[in-house]
Design a binder for this molecule. Sequence first.
Ligand code: ZN
Ligand code: ZN
Length: 367
Amino acid sequence: MRHRSRLTSIERQIENQRLHALVVTHPANIRYLCGFTGSSGVLVYVRGDWFFFTDGRYTQQAKGEVKEAMVRVDSLPPLAHATGWIATKLKPLQGQVHIGVEAEHLTLSARTRISRDLRMSLPPSKYRLVETTGIVERLRVVKDRTEVQQILSAVELASSIFPEAITSIRVGATENAVSARLDFLARNAGAEKMSFETIVASGPRSALPHARPTGLAIVPGFVVLDYGVIVSGYCSDMTRTVHLGRADHASRDLYAAVLEAQLAGIAAVRPGVEAAQVDEAARKVLRKRKLDKFFTHSLGHGLGLEIHEVPRLAKGQTQVLEPGMVITIEPGVYIPGRGGIRIEDTVLVTEAGSEVLTPTSKELVIC
Ligand code: ZN
Ligand code: ZN
């Protein structure tokens, strides 16, 4: 049912953009529209019908998973199979036909192959490849009840392992060891996989917003842990910054400032506000303390089937928040040579405002 209504929405977009066909190649978009979770497949709309092309490895899986599209299995690569099919279906039409592709996801070589395969059946003047952007992503931005539930399951699983994960943070333990422990606990608790490479960053390395864990030993000071898990295909994302050893006044103040900014960001989340306003609400708190120059990234991002989705909560982003959007709020302060702090929750936009999904406390933990 949900797949049918999603396809109907896409059909309206196809009509608005005057396309005769649409080629969906991005796996997350394919999964969203027809339910297929494998890695090799192409979903095609052509002349009123949806077709899903895959290869022999996925015959059984496609039959079990694909909803609302006719499954076609062939020994040809799915994209070649799909292109030939489109050419056959569109050939009888009068005039030039417009075939939409997902410009943000199609490689140049795949585009060249599509053109080459189309030319085998159609004269070059007969067709035009139209670069579309965000047709499916715009639909994915508002989550339905089931999706919110799936994200919540991922968020709760990630939070549930946090208390045990931080017991491995001690002087001498490496960042790698802590991140491996985190990943192990997550998988053991039922995560399909991590939503991205777990970040564990200690000492001056905590001032790198996207630090990769290293073989270096954790040193006293702030330790940033940023991780997420995937459950039923949906991602979670959280960051907590803990302190190894006693935290002095200045460190506690810095932590309090980031937390205040994070709470201000959350308080600004409600339907009708622009993404940039939420970013500004958090940034303003840091500006008052002359810390805004150390907050070097955007405030947050949407998440769902992918870890980074629209909307982007950043300066200049005019997208208006709507109930059902799920976003992160994650301000940080990174002082080169000294260290960094980031606090991140996953937040649902509701009719009344917002609901923080991440249950983990944000009080500074001393390890
Ligand atoms: Zn994160
Ligand atoms: Zn994030």
